[in-house]
Design a protein around this ligand. Structure first.
Ligand SMILES: [Zn+2]
Length: 257
């Protein structure tokens, strides 16, 4: 009886085609995920303290070429501060969220640029394009062009034209306006840091699952938010844990997506 119990795991592992010794330290999935590359992007900045903490951590994180990693920052130009203004623009579930603004924090936007990160357009006000008054060609156009005017004043003219729609809502008006203005729409994989009360361990698990399941022929672009505590407190820990598992951190490069 004793012997037959011991044999069960041995037989099971032989049937699955694995040698016990090899299986113990290096699960089969790990050899596959070793080649998965990922990039970092951050939405809803720039904000004092939180964005600055993210920049400090990015300077310590090395990409596969050994240099400090470059990320994509999808900035807001003039996010509303007043609660009544937020009702005009924000999704109802994020009225309490403090978002960034190039107009209000130009020096932080310049710091992002000087550090070599790539800056994209995330709309002027974090417009929730499901509001009927924002889902019109005129309103969508103004969210793009007002952003350009403010960004050019602070950061100069850029030939990089990237747009990430707020809340990843890519409806007809947004798609057509982006095309007409020559923008590349950059989506990505949300890590969940906007979920209220989410812990660093859950974000680690989510990012690990996203990368483990990644099977596209280009790197996975993760979406963080530099105004969210799990990210601005623990970004280095989250990324470090992914690197330890063999996932490869590469510089943000929209041409590779
Ligand atoms: Zn956003």
């Amino acid at each position: 009886m004793k012997h037959s119990i011991c044999l069960i795991p041995l037989i099971a592992s032989l049937m699955s085609g694995c040698m016990i010794g090899l299986d113990a330290g290096y699960p089969r999935e790990q050899t596959i995920t070793r080649s998965v590359e990922f990039m970092l992007s951050f939405d809803d900045g720039p904000r004092p303290n939180t964005t600055e903490r993210v920049l400090d951590m990015l300077a310590t994180l090395k990409a596969t070429d050994g240099t400090p990693v470059k990320a994509g920052f999808f900035l807001l130009a003039d996010a509303p501060d007043e609660f009544w203004q937020r009702w005009i623009y924000y999704a109802p579930y994020e009225l309490w969220s403090d978002k960034g603004s190039i107009a209000k924090y130009p020096t932080i936007a310049v710091r992002i640029q000087r550090a070599g990160h790539i800056i994209g357009n995330h709309s002027t006000h974090h417009a929730w394009f499901r509001w009927p008054w924002l889902d019109t060609p005129e309103a969508v156009l103004s969210e793009f062009t007002e952003w350009e005017a403010i960004s050019q004043r602070v950061l100069g003219i850029s030939n990089v034209r990237l747009f990430r729609p707020p809340n990843l809502i890519l409806n007809t008006n947004v798609r057509e306006t982006a095309n007409r203005l020559g923008y590349r729409v950059v989506m990505g994989e949300s890590v969940g840091d906007t979920i209220p009360g989410i812990t660093v361990d859950v974000v680690k698990q989510r990012t690990q699952s996203i990368l483990a399941a990644w099977n596209r022929p280009y790197p996975c672009l993760l979406i963080f938010h530099d105004n969210r505590p799990t990210t601005y407190r623990h970004l280095d820990e989250i990324v470090g844990s992914l690197q330890q598992q063999g996932f490869r951190l590469v510089h943000f490069d929209p041409k590779r997506l």
